[in-house]
Structure formats: C-alpha cells, structure tokens
Design a protein around this ligand. Structure first.
Ligand SMILES: [Zn+2]
Ligand SMILES: [Zn+2]
Length: 103
C-alpha cells in the first residue's frame, strides 16, 4: 500500500517543491557551482513524504555532489562537501544529520 521512495519522487508535489528550491538556488549546485544535472537533496528528513520537508532542509546539488552526499565517502570532495553543508546549516540555523540512504 505504501509507495516506494522513488515513486514518491515522481509526485507532482515533489516536482513543484524541487523546482522551487532550484530556483531559490539560482539553478546552481550549492557545493561546486555546476549548472548541469541538478537534483534536490534533503539535508534532513522531517517526513517520509519528500514534499513535506521545509525548504530550508533542501538544497540544489549536481549529480556528482549528490552522489558524494549519499555515499558519505571519505574522498576529499565529500569531505569538502560536508564542511560546506555544516556552514550552510549554521547560516540557516538548522540542525543537520546525514540523510537516510535508501539504496
Ligand atoms: Zn539526496
Ligand atoms: Zn556539484
């Protein structure tokens, strides 16, 4: 009865919210500045429904940075990414934790 997370991401409400977030971030990856292959990442999950997450917990990332975020690897890129996320969290004044990995 419950939908998979991948299915939920196809929901119109998520499409609408993620395009709002990309617009807010000027269609630019907030980690590396890329403007290609942009995706919206949850820095914190407040609900299983992706569109119920407040905008301050969502950021625009390119595919590569997004992958680094989810795999939480120990590469230099991932380490820098994590530093940036922490800075951003301070800026927004929000607590952060690693996203759930839904592999
Ligand atoms: Zn993500
Ligand atoms: Zn990037």
């Amino acid at each position: 009865m419950s939908k998979s997370y991948t299915e939920l991401l196809k929901d119109e409400r998520w499409k609408w919210l993620s395009s709002t977030v990309k617009q807010r971030d000027n269609f630019t990856c907030q980690r590396c500045g890329s403007i290609e292959n942009l995706e919206v990442h949850h820095t914190k999950y407040t609900s299983y429904l992706p569109w119920e997450t407040p905008e301050q917990y969502l950021i625009t990332l390119c595919y590569d940075c997004h992958k680094a975020a989810h795999y939480n690897d120990r590469s230099e890129k991932a380490a820098k990414w994590w530093e940036d996320i922490k800075k951003m969290a301070e800026l927004y004044g929000t607590p952060i934790r690693l996203p759930l990995d839904t592999k």
